[in-house]
Design a protein around this ligand. Structure first.
Ligand SMILES: [Zn+2]
Length: 586
């Protein structure tokens, strides 16, 4: 065969292998739409003014876009005058009260005592106070290195040793640091209408850093941050705006290569990243898919800001939807040369990078979950109400289950590490008599006790494959709960915890059925538990019980939890989520 022909054939084989191994755009979009429908997407970079009206506007837009959780980087200071609550505490309290589970907040550092000799110590105390108040992380703005000045009018340096204790404490307390240093390269170029960022600079004179008498060179700022990241290997640094250097992919790649404690968020930089060769961007995203985070710089104040803004008429809620649509389009399709999502950033087009599902879910939520593990809000699953009772038969095909939005069991209980290959859907229904559960469990090999033991309960059933639910119905006594387990053999176990006596002798009379589909490699487990065995009185629509779901899959060394316990045991009632009883839909 002529060499050219062979090369052509090999290329064709390579292309078809790649196509087979990767997901089609329509499959990717379908999967991502389901994540949005279930509100699984986390936006790691928003700024929301915590007033009732602005929070409500943010939620309305997030609901329509399919964002479940937003990280508000502008949580505020934890310092306060005597007798007053801090800005941070006020903001967090209001957001949690109005929209529980939808926002987490990062704290900001109050530099007002910078010139006092004990600043390093009191600043570390601010971090401790933020941690105590529930700050999910720590945010520093570009003010450091560019605007903040000491008593002698000198710029405070990003790597000033007086801040070392702050970075150190953030690491010890498991608070990730999101840090913005420098700005787009064009902000250091001449201030005139030839500047490619002129539209932005014209409306924000203070964003121009080209005066060398006032401002340090851009790369000096980036290098100072790298020194901080090197000095604090146990602290996680999310370098925002694509590592603050979206113009230079090689630089970002080598920084991510060098610093395992460095992450990059995408906030407001898709217009810049999207100008590069999409194949090159894609390679970088695949290489560092574990440390790139979905983030937008969506902001709600009196005006909306969609990545950036100037003096143009304010965007509407509908514009915000277009903005988020374009975020998805860039990550999920292979579209070329289209108008980006933040026109004020520059008059050019971008090209999409068509990521596969496996990388996309890391960027949309798996990476953020690991980062925020300590402070992710406890999840809530809705139990849909049904009128007609049915006997469990293990079948997922029953239409009635489609009424229930699934909860996902797909993280290791110890640390939120994602296990998408065995992501297990759990659905919940209730009638006037029973609580129904359906688990759909992808598997590779089943590990069970053989033969199963049906005449009496086997203590230690959990040493093989099982699905489990822990349910607490006495809200006054959160340490008291009931445990249910079913194995793929339909061998089962129920017991009470911390309620005195021998918990194993308790019998709820729950019924279960298992169906194993060996071709599709999925086992289903369907149960119903009499409500009368769970609580003195039946739940009413709107009531909540405490619940957590688990799965042990020995072949995959997996101990999955719906809300991970962040420890080696499932028995952490503080980490239970909730089941909310829905009313009959007419
Ligand atoms: Zn921002």
């Amino acid at each position: 065969m002529p060499l050219r022909m062979r090369t052509l054939l090999l290329t064709l084989v390579a292309i078809s292998l790649r196509a087979a191994a990767e997901d089609s755009v329509s499959a990717v979009r379908h999967e991502a739409d389901s994540w949005r429908a279930e509100h699984r997407i986390i936006d790691l970079h928003q700024h929301i003014d915590c007033s009732t009206q602005h929070l409500a506007r943010a939620i309305k837009i997030m609901d329509a876009a399919g964002i479940g959780l937003a990280v508000n980087l502008s949580g505020g200071y934890v310092t306060h005058k005597d007798g007053e609550v801090s800005e941070f505490e006020r903001n967090k309290t209001l957001a949690d009260q109005l929209f529980p589970g939808r926002f987490v907040h990062y704290m900001n550092l109050d530099y007002s005592r910078w010139n006092e000799p004990d600043f390093a110590k009191t600043a570390a105390k601010q971090v401790e106070e933020g941690h105590r108040l529930g700050a999910a992380g720590f945010k520093e703005f570009k003010r450091l290195g560019l605007y903040l000045r000491d008593g002698n009018h000198q710029l405070i340096k990003i790597d000033d040793p007086k801040l070392d204790l702050v970075w150190e404490r953030c690491g010890e307390l498991n608070m990730p640091v999101s840090i913005h240093v420098a700005d787009p390269a064009a902000f250091w170029l001449p201030y005139d209408d030839k500047n490619e960022r002129w539209a932005e600079l014209r409306d924000h004179r203070s964003w121009w850093f080209g005066d060398t008498n006032i401002y340090p060179p851009r790369m000096e700022l980036l290098e100072a941050l790298n020194r901080v990241i090197t000095r604090h290997p146990k602290t996680t640094f999310v370098a925002v705006h694509f590592a603050n250097n979206a113009e230079d992919l090689d630089w970002v790649e080598s920084a991510l290569d060098r610093y395992p404690n460095m992450y990059a968020d995408l906030a407001a930089r898709i217009p810049e990243i999207g100008r590069h060769d999409p194949e090159k961007v894609r390679r970088l995203f695949l290489k560092h898919q574990d440390r790139i985070l979905f983030a937008t710089d969506f902001q709600v104040y009196d005006r909306l800001i969609l990545g950036s803004s100037g003096n143009e008429p304010p965007p509407t809620d509908a514009d915000a939807q277009v903005f988020f649509e374009k975020e998805w389009r860039w990550l999920e399709t292979n579209d070329r040369n289209w108008a980006h999502m933040t026109p004020i950033q520059g008059n050019w087009t971008i090209s999409s990078i068509g990521l596969p599902v496996s990388a996309l879910r890391k960027i949309y939520f798996d990476n953020a979950r690991r980062l925020l593990a300590r402070s992710l809000p406890a999840p809530v699953v809705k139990a849909a109400h049904i009128e007609k009772d049915f006997e469990p038969d293990g079948g997922a095909a029953k239409d009635v289950w489609q009424k229930a939005m699934p909860a996902r069991l797909e993280c290791e209980t110890r640390d939120f590490a994602a296990r998408p290959e065995i992501s297990t859907a759990v659905r919940v229904l209730w009638s006037d008599h029973y609580l129904y559960l359906l688990y759909e469990c992808p598997f590779t090999t089943l590990t069970t006790f053989d033969p199963p033991q049906f005449d009496k309960e086997r203590i230690g059933l959990w040493d093989r494959d099982v699905v489990e639910a822990f349910i607490g119905t006495d809200l006054e006594h959160p340490r008291q709960y009931m445990e249910f387990e079913v194995a793929p053999t339909n061998e089962k176990l129920d017991l009470t915890l911390n309620q005195g006596g021998d918990g194993f002798s308790w019998d709820s009379h729950f019924q279960s059925a298992v169906k194993i589909d060996r071709e599709r490699k999925v086992w289903n487990c369907e149960w119903r538990i009499p409500l009368s065995s769970l609580a003195q009185s039946k739940p009413k629509p709107g009531d909540r019980w405490r619940i957590n779901f688990y799965r042990c899959d020995r072949a995959n060394h997996a101990f999955l939890a719906w809300n991970p316990t962040l420890s080696g045991t499932f028995h952490v009632p503080d980490r239970f989520g909730a089941v909310e009883f829905g009313s009959e839909e007419k």
